[in-house]
Ligand binder design. Structure first.
Ligand SMILES: [Zn+2]
Length: 567
């Protein structure tokens, strides 16, 4: 069983007055029936009295729009100091009360921790409240040490943005696509991940201090870079990190579900956290997803796939459809009347047969997911601009969806039914831990020198890198390299990148091009090229165009080529 994650108003109906009667009853019932509980500490939403008590606590968008006090999620900013104080108090009370309860299985610290908004209905960016600004300043202080360094990294000399003191720092309100410094923008998103991470780790420490026995963790979902933290950084010090996944709601086929599972398992790889499925779709979707009905047999496929791809625990969402609220009638593995369904039958059978622990061997091939490049591509190319009849847009693909769609293109080439593939992240390039034979690297726009040196070392030792346009054009702060890293790695000279309807195109020349007559001339290559270079015992392969996006969009020629080179 899992409950509690959004019940702050139940447990603390008035400020400072606690009432655990209903939870005591529920826990006792679970004990009686031999059920173990993943107990949610309700920190994800604040009750209405919180906003009455602390009137200026609504999250603020870049344009000053206030997020509603109640209704949508999350209705509070994680940087709000009143919130942190009261949520910590609640956590201490709850953990002290149930830490020795025989029905307790583990703790959930938050629920899908993000900054609002949760969905795609607005492109507003949160949170620009004063609490967030102060937290952002503290983050910058901690990271750079001096305002001089901040000025250097954020390139503030450009357009009169020089900061004379820490007090001059504001959150980047111009935000998306407009003229805010891209370097500040990158740091803004890094700050948001770090802020969520520190909040979760702070809660984990509070729980562990009182209860050393039960595992702690939280859940999340895969989404666009402006909605979710960098998941590769969150689970490091958690005991479990759970994925919420709705295959029917997201109209996923088996490959797309495998992609999602591979990604989440990879987030937990090398950390102490187990990969869990905290919410697996257990019934029909509501409002926010494809509304197709879930019959039952598909649940068997999703569940078996999840375990095959490394999940160590799985919960269905949810037991019975809610009779009221924003998800009325959705998801239950029972009917609203509490009658068993075919879904329940399927799950019963599954639970009898799924006794073994699955071990996922490390794949030989990995796909890189570079968060900095993803955010930079989005900031430079802009938010989706709506076109009639559909939510995706022509240019939106090259902006906000560019990394995710390119990764999906790469996945297409190496996907084999039932064979998990690892993802690697900036953290892995930083550490140099790359135990793979082949790495496919979509959107390789931002690379630090350290990441590049580690990658090169790995190629020299026998690795094969397959990558594409804009390789190492910018450093980790989004500053342009005068000589992009592709020049060194692939032996090309670089002059420019243009954006075409099908993706990016690099104007480059090869060293040996007879027309170029050497290193310093203008690009000679006007067509799409796939350049291979032997380096030590390995190979580096570079497409001077958006290879992986074209593969995602159905280009069979490139798909076959990459498939061949990935063997
Ligand atoms: Zn805020």
């Amino acid at each position: 069983m899992r409950f509690g994650e959004m019940a702050w108003d139940w447990l603390e109906p008035e400020p400072g007055k606690f009432n655990f009667a209903e939870f005591d009853y529920a826990m006792a019932l679970c004990k009686k029936h031999g059920l173990k509980v993943l107990l949610g500490i309700p920190t994800s939403q604040v009750p209405p009295w919180f906003h009455r008590k602390f009137p200026e606590s609504q999250p603020v968008a870049q344009d000053g729009t206030l997020y509603p006090e109640f209704g949508p999620r999350p209705n509070i900013c994680k940087d709000n100091v009143h919130y942190r104080k009261l949520a910590e108090r609640l956590a201490k009370k709850m953990v002290s009360r149930y830490k020795n309860h025989p029905a307790l299985h583990s703790w959930q610290l938050d629920n899908e921790p993000v900054y609002p908004p949760l969905d795609h209905t607005t492109m507003n960016d949160f949170c620009h409240c004063e609490h967030s600004r102060l937290a952002f300043v503290a983050w910058a202080k901690n990271k750079y040490g001096s305002i001089k360094k901040v000025n250097e990294i954020w390139g503030t000399k450009f357009w009169t943005n020089h900061l004379s003191s820490w007090e001059d720092i504001r959150t980047p309100k111009a935000g998306f696509w407009e003229a805010v410094s891209p370097h500040t923008f990158l740091d803004w998103f890094r700050f948001k991940t770090d802020s969520i991470k520190s909040w979760i780790e702070n809660l984990a420490a509070i729980v562990r201090k009182i209860d050393k026995k039960h595992p702690v963790g939280t859940n999340g979902f895969i989404g666009i870079c402006t909605r979710v933290p960098d998941h590769s950084l969150i689970p490091k010090n958690l005991d479990w990190y759970g994925l919420d996944v709705y295959p029917r709601g997201g109209k996923m086929d088996e490959r797309q579900l495998a992609f999602t599972l591979d990604l989440w398992r990879s987030f937990t790889r090398g950390t102490r956290a187990e990969f869990h499925i905290t919410e697996m779709q257990g019934g029909q979707n509501v409002r926010w997803g494809f509304p197709g009905y879930v019959e039952g047999p598909e649940i068997k496929e999703w569940t078996e796939l999840a375990f095959k791809y490394g999940a160590r625990a799985l919960l269905y969402h949810n037991w019975r459809p809610p009779l009221f609220g924003a998800e009325t009638g959705g998801f239950g593995i029972l009917t609203a009347a509490g009658r068993p369904t075919r879904r329940l039958e399927v799950i019963r059978k599954l639970s009898r047969n799924l006794r073994s622990t699955f071990h996922v061997p490390r794949s030989k091939i990995a796909i890189a997911y570079l968060r900095g490049s993803e955010i930079e591509a989005y900031q430079e190319q802009g938010p989706p601009r709506p076109m009639a009849g559909q939510w995706e847009t022509a240019r939106g693909d090259i902006g906000i969806m560019y990394s995710l769609l390119s990764m999906s293109g790469a996945y297409k080439a190496v996907y084999k039914k039932g064979q998990p593939i690892d993802f690697v992240f900036e953290r892995d390039l930083n550490s140099g831990q790359l135990p793979y034979r082949v790495i496919l690297m979509p959107n390789p726009y931002l690379l630090s020198l350290k990441q590049y040196e580690n990658l090169k070392k790995w190629i020299k030792a026998g690795g094969t890198l397959i990558t594409e346009a804009r390789f190492g054009v910018k450093d980790e702060h989004g500053h342009l390299y005068p000589n992009p890293l592709m020049e060194d790695l692939f032996g090309v000279t670089y002059e420019y990148t243009v954006l075409k309807p099908e993706g990016f195109f690099d104007g480059v020349a090869t060293f040996r091009s007879p027309k170029s007559g050497g290193l310093k001339t203008a690009p000679a290559i006007k067509t799409k090229q796939f350049i291979t270079r032997k380096i030590g015992k390995g190979k580096a392969r570079y497409a001077n165009f958006s290879l992986f996006l074209e593969m995602h969009n159905g280009n069979k020629k490139w798909l076959e080529l990459v498939r061949g080179h990935s063997k």
